[in-house]
Design a protein around this ligand. Structure first.
Ligand code: PCA
Length: 215
């Protein structure tokens, strides 16, 4: 039974919750088209710890696809990231209190400036549209921990000779818990109900499994 590795992140910064973690937890163990199975994991919001966790997960599960997810507070829709850039440049510290400025993610020979996600982006967008979920492709995952894990995972898969593994990143909007934590003197934050966020992640995973089955 092929595995789709699904990750979400812990809460970070001022956010009391992370809807990506809730979706990953709710979908753990789900069977997908073609007898694929979701295996979910939670990542720390610290680049090197998250990278080490991912390395272990890739060894343990040998997934055929990797769907990484995280919160993009302020975005009004779910977005699929097209690209991961090989730089960290943090505006807020990570959960270990660390900040990185103009820091190359990978300095080794053959480390490219950027990687393109290998998920079937257009098929996922079409599935969302069919299910009446407004969404779009994003051309930047930021330069924080989400961008780091996408770059790290694509790089590690290539290093291990597994560039055939479909891999990408899905950013989700705030859920009500995150939006309610915004102070009254700050601009209101767009949000989706957690159930709708989880539905979008499930549809993306189903689409990846279906597309992988055609290859
Ligand atoms: N979002 C952050 C890191 C963890 C998360 O859920 C990001 O977009 O980088």
């Amino acid at each position: 039974m092929p595995t789709l590795l699904l990750t979400g992140f812990e809460p970070f910064h001022t956010h009391p919750d992370n809807p990506s973690a809730n979706a990953a937890r709710e979908l753990d163990g789900l069977t997908l088209p073609g007898d694929w199975r979701i295996r979910s994991a939670l990542l720390p919001v610290e680049p090197h710890a998250a990278g080490a966790t991912l390395d272990d997960l890739l060894s343990e599960h040998e997934p055929g696809a990797v769907l990484l997810t995280g919160l993009a507070a302020g975005r009004p829709q779910v977005t699929l990231e097209r690209v991961a850039v090989g730089v960290m440049d943090f505006d807020i510290p990570d959960n270990a209190g660390q900040s990185y400025r103009d820091c190359a993610i990978c300095t080794g020979a053959g480390a490219p400036a950027a990687y393109l996600a290998t998920l079937p982006l257009r098929s996922i967008l079409a599935a969302w549209r069919e299910a009446e979920i407004p969404a779009s492709i994003s051309n930047t995952a930021g330069l924080y921990v989400c961008n780091y894990v996408l770059y790290h995972t694509l790089h590690t898969l290539r290093q291990r000779g597994r560039a055939d593994v479909s891999c990408g990143f899905l950013h989700v909007p705030a859920n009500p818990a995150v939006a309610l934590a915004v102070p009254a003197d700050r601009p209101p934050m767009p949000y989706l109900p957690q159930s709708e966020i989880t539905r979008a992640v499930r549809l993306a995973a189903e689409t990846v499994a279906r597309e992988m089955g055609k290859m």
